[in-house]
Each structure stands twice: as structure tokens, then as C-alpha cells.
Design a protein around this ligand. Structure first.
Ligand code: PLP
Length: 388
């Protein structure tokens, strides 16, 4: 079959690929510690699940507005004020997960030949979506020494007359890094001087540690008409399978994205949206509780992995990923991840699953119990010791 060239670049996502390999090993009787997939190990909070069930019984099972229920869009706009994001409901588009509302603004904005800058290492859908949308992906390296933020001079050197969009992700997958307010200020100034849009993926904004906050570039002076915030319920409320996300953007763009939602997905399940309202309304305490658990797990895992010779890991400020530097071990990341899975029974991802700049790193999701994390640390240490 001859496929359209716009699909030629598509590759499987590392997390799904490694999870399938790990499950195959389990079928063969192997015991695997799963630290590969980026999803909470908690169940959806009971109040959310109850509302979802109630809403099915109440008949929220039909088509509904493509851009989402009005009251949910209002609630999202109100909730965003807590992070100084001032937006109207008319700027909010709800979608089945954050992924579609990540792609559709790019489809709406990028002309063939337009350049879009994205972080490397970064969430694999960024590059894939830029290419699907017909843009030219331009990777910008993240720098470990700069808390996995950009080197601003390197970012600036990649901006051209064709730059239409810059993707930010803070807190970040896969590094756990949070972009500082100073860096956001500098990036906002570049966006205004050189006239490009910023798509800011803030899906991990509630998962920050040590009383820190993840500021949004949207809230900076003069930025609200050039920023698209992508956010969602998957990570903060343990709702990955419910499929509920949203984006906040300038109203004319929201109208275009709403049309793309109409023609591509129709709408987001009504009972899922009702459940989302409860998440925003009633679950701040549940989120705080899991944030302290993730923080404890992060400390256990990062302190433990730093005890292993040849590995050093910055303490991530947010999300639930550790991104240790393993370059001293002298084994390419892909091979090391492969050996850890097959020989040590620890499933993790090679940093290169997130772009070439991820070489020399591994990504571990610490959304797992402390027992599993300690088991993984023991297995990694024993494996590397035996290897000598
Ligand atoms: N953005 C980032 C940075 C992610 O890590 C993920 C999921 O892994 C998503 C977006 C997509 O989330 P959703 O489940 O809402 O589609």
C-alpha cells in the first residue's frame, strides 16, 4: 500500500512499545517492575468515578457540543484563575484527552514550510504533530545544567522568519524540569519581538514539589493573544483512560479548533465531562495528597539511583519522571534500557525515545509504589555490579 508522505515519519511511542515487550516477558513468566509508562498508579478518585457512573445513568451518553459543555468550559476558565490565567469560557476547547487539542491548534496554525520549535528531549507527539500539520520541526536542546530548561541563546539562534510556533512543556516529560519565571520572561520577549505563537503544554502543572509552582507564560504581560495552553485531567486526577483534556487559546483560534473537533472527533463523552467538573470542583485535596506521595517516591528513587556508581540524577521539580544521566556507564541508552528490561526485569525508557538529545539518559516513571521503586533500584544496582 502506498501511504501519504505526511505519515512517513510516524513511529510508535516508546512507552507503549516497551510496555508491550514487558508484558510479553511477563507472559513468559518473568517478573517485571514497570517504570516505563507515564500514568498514575492510583485509581481515579472515587468522587469522580461516582459522578461518571451517575452521569451515565442520567443520560449523559449522547452527542454534545464539539467544544465541550458550557459549564465545564466556564469551570475550566474559573479554575485557571488560580494560576493567574485569565480567560473566558469562549477561549476553552474541551477534547477527548490533551492529545487532540495539542494537534488541532497546530493544524489550524501551521502552513507548509512554517517552522515549529520543540524541546528535545521532549514528549514524542510534539514532533509527530508538527509533521502531521505540515510544519517543519526544529528541535531545541534542553540543558541538564540549566535544570533541563533551554539554553536561551541556542533557542534564539533557531528562530527565523519562518518560525510560527514554539512548544514549551513545564513541568516536563521526560525530564521533570520546570521552566523558571526568568526564562519564561525571556521567551515571552522573544515571542513578541519575533512574532510567533507559544503552545505551552501544562498537563503536569499541578504536579510540582517542594511547595514550588509552575508559572504559565500565558499570564505574562501581552502574551494571552499568542499562547495556547494545553492541559488535561489524565495525570492530575488519574483519569488517563477517561480521555478528557482541554486547551485555552485566543477566541478566533478556539473557533477553528472547535471546527476541527466537530469533523475529527465529534465531541467528548458527556459523562466524562460531568466527571471532569467534579474533579475541578471537589478534588484539590486528593491532588495534594497524591502530590505528597509522588514527592516521597521521587525522593526515594532519586536518592537511591544517585547511590549507584556511574549514574547521577537531578532532583526533578515536577511531573513524575526521573531522567538520570547514565553517560558515564559508557553504554548507549537504547542498549542499556533494553538490558535493564531483559536482564534485570526493570522496564524504563531510553532518553532517545524523546529525541536524539536524550542519548546518555534513561527515563523512569516513579508513579509506582515505594516497594516497586526499591525493588527496581536493587535490580539496577545488582545488574550493573555484575556487569562490572
Ligand atoms: N502532554 C504530555 C507532556 C504528556 O506526557 C501526555 C501524556 O503522556 C500528554 C500531553 C497527553 O495526555 P492525554 O492523556 O490527556 O492525552
Amino acid at each position: 500500500m502506498k501511504f501519504a508522505s505526511r505519515t512517513a515519519h510516524l513511529r510508535p511511542e516508546g512507552a507503549y512499545r516497551v510496555m508491550a515487550l514487558a508484558q510479553e516477558l511477563e507472559r513468559q513468566g518473568r517478573d517485571i517492575v514497570h517504570l516505563e509508562i507515564g500514568q498514575p498508579d492510583f485509581n481515579t478518585f472515587p468522587s469522580i468515578a461516582e459522578e461518571g457512573k451517575r452521569a451515565i445513568d442520567a443520560g449523559f451518553t449522547r452527542y454534545n457540543p464539539s467544544e465541550g459543555f458550557g459549564d465545564l468550559r466556564e469551570a475550566i476558565a474559573d479554575y485557571s484563575l488560580k494560576r493567574s490565567i485569565e480567560a473566558n469560557a469562549s477561549q476553552v476547547c474541551v477534547g477527548p484527552g490533551a492529545k487532540p487539542v495539542l494537534l488541532f491548534p497546530m493544524i489550524a496554525l501551521l502552513e507548509p514550510g512554517d517552522e515549529a520549535l520543540y524541546p528535545d528531549p521532549g514528549f514524542p507527539s510534539y514532533r509527530a504533530d508538527i509533521e502531521i500539520a505540515g510544519g517543519i520541526p526544529i528541535p531545541v536542546p534542553l540543558v541538564e545544567e540549566n535544570s533541563f530548561s533551554f539554553d536561551l541563546a541556542a533557542l534564539e539562534s533557531r528562530i527565523t522568519a519562518k518560525t510560527k510556533l514554539l512548544i514549551l512543556n513545564s513541568p516536563a516529560n521526560p525530564t521533570g524540569g520546570v521552566i523558571s519565571s526568568e526564562d519564561l520572561q525571556a521567551i515571552a520577549a522573544m515571542a513578541q519581538d519575533r512574532d510567533f505563537y507559544v503552545l505551552s503544554d501544562e498537563i503536569y502543572s499541578r504536579l510540582v514539589y517542594d511547595q514550588q509552582r509552575a508559572p504559565s507564560i500565558y499570564a505574562l504581560e501581552g502574551m494571552s493573544d499568542r499562547v495556547i495552553i494545553v492541559d488535561g485531567f489524565s495525570k492530575s486526577y488519574a483519569m488517563t483512560g477517561w480521555r478528557l483534556g482541554y486547551a485555552i487559546m485566543p477566541e478566533p483560534l478556539a473557533q477553528k479548533v472547535s471546527l476541527l473537533l466537530t469533523h475529527a472527533v465529534g465531541c467528548t463523552a458527556g459523562f466524562t465531562q460531568r466527571a471532569g467538573l467534579v474533579a475541578l470542583d471537589k478534588c484539590d485535596q486528593d491532588v495534594s495528597r497524591i502530590v505528597s506521595q509522588y514527592q516521597e517516591r521521587r525522593n526515594v528513587f532519586v536518592d537511591g539511583i544517585n547511590q549507584i556508581q556511574g549514574i547521577h540524577c537531578r532532583k526533578p521539580e515536577g511531573a513524575f519522571y526521573a531522567f538520570p544521566n547514565v553517560s558515564e556507564l559508557g553504554i548507549p541508552s537504547v542498549e542499556l534500557a533494553d538490558q535493564l528490561l531483559n536482564e534485570a526485569g526493570v522496564a524504563c525508557l531510553s532518553g532517545t525515545d524523546f529525541g536524539p538529545n536524550g542519548n546518555g539518559y534513561l527515563r523512569f516513571s516513579y508513579a509506582a509504589s515505594i516497594e516497586q521503586l526499591n525493588e527496581a533500584l536493587d535490580r539496577i544496582a545488582a545488574f550493573l555490579k555484575a556487569r562490572g
